[in-house]
Design a protein. Structure first.
Length: 264
């Protein structure tokens, strides 16, 4: 079988949350570049409009949807609308997420200082937002008897990770287990649910801190066996794999993409 057949997603429909920036934008791009019709969903209306226009100019079949994943009704409405418009829903990336601020290596992130509002906000977006996205996708995919759901966890969800903050580590572990839970329920319906667990990528998370602060960048790079941070484009291969026929027997997996960070 040729690579273009194994990874063929042409004509499928995809919905990506957090798609105006970073990993979500790269996921949307690789779906569109391989012939899928893609809805890019994001809370940042301005950036979303710019990126959707850029992709359309590139000849891709993309639509923007302004959605706050923390709002259950908004995410259900947006996924229902995409499924109704395209007539089906093949691939959903539950990707949107935010940083929780510094972890316990800095005084501000120590356990006694974790602010209630920040904790609640991270849970609403990183956990409830992901659950609601899976829930909304599953309804359509169960009915059609096929589908792929791909959740962005983090290596911070696979082990303790002092710099990332309590709420972030907790939500990323929680969504890794949501992947396994949903994979078991949805397997009989031919709906495959998997997770991606990135190590450090140079995106706009935490205000793009890793890109702007050389010391912080070096500190994170030193913790990676490959001794560098990843570019957003480097998520594309794994995203395409999990969305494509190549992954037909993969479900319930949470796959690190981390330059070896979790190997040791
Ligand atoms: N960059 C990394 O090093 C890294 C590592 C592990 C996991 N992740 C995860 O990858 C995912 C994507 O993050 P990124 O690094 O690309 O960051 P990013 O900030 O570049 O992109 C995140 C996007 O999500 C959007 N978003 C934020 N809150 C939202 C909401 N409530 N509703 C809808 N959209 C919302 C933002 O507007 C932004 O466009 C997140 O879940 C993040 O936790 C990132």
């Amino acid at each position: 079988m040729k690579a273009e057949q194994i990874f063929d997603i042409a004509g499928q429909t995809a919905f990506v949350t957090g798609a105006a920036s970073g990993l979500g934008l790269a996921m949307a791009e690789v779906m569109a570049a391989n012939g899928a019709r893609v809805t890019l969903a994001d809370v940042d209306a301005e950036t979303l409009e710019i990126e959707v226009a850029r992709l359309r100019e590139g000849g891709f079949a993309v639509t923007g949807a302004v959605v706050d994943v923390a709002d259950r009704d908004q995410i259900h409405r947006a996924i229902d609308a995409a499924a109704a418009r395209d007539g089906r829903l093949d691939i959903v990336f539950a990707n949107a997420g935010i940083s929780a601020g510094p972890g316990f290596k800095e005084m501000v992130g120590r356990i006694e200082n974790v602010a209630r509002d920040a904790w609640d906000k991270v849970l609403r977006i990183n956990l409830t937002g992901v659950f609601t996205t899976i829930q909304a996708a599953a309804r359509h995919m169960k009915a059609q008897g096929s589908g792929r759901i791909i959740v962005t966890s983090s290596i911070a969800g696979l082990r303790g990770d002092p710099p990332v903050g309590y709420a972030y580590a907790a939500t990323k572990a929680a969504v890794a287990n949501l992947v396994r839970q949903a994979a078991l329920e949805l397997a009989p319906f031919n709906v495959l649910v998997n997770g991606i667990a990135p190590g450090p990528f140079l995106t706009n998370i935490a205000g793009g801190r890793l890109r702007r602060e050389p010391e912080r960048h070096a500190e994170f790079a030193a913790r990676v066996p490959l001794r560098r941070l990843a570019q957003p484009d480097e998520i594309k291969g794994l995203a395409l794999l999990l969305a494509s026929p190549a992954a037909s027997f993969i479900t319930g997996a949470v796959i690190p993409i981390d330059g070896g960070s979790t190997a040791g």
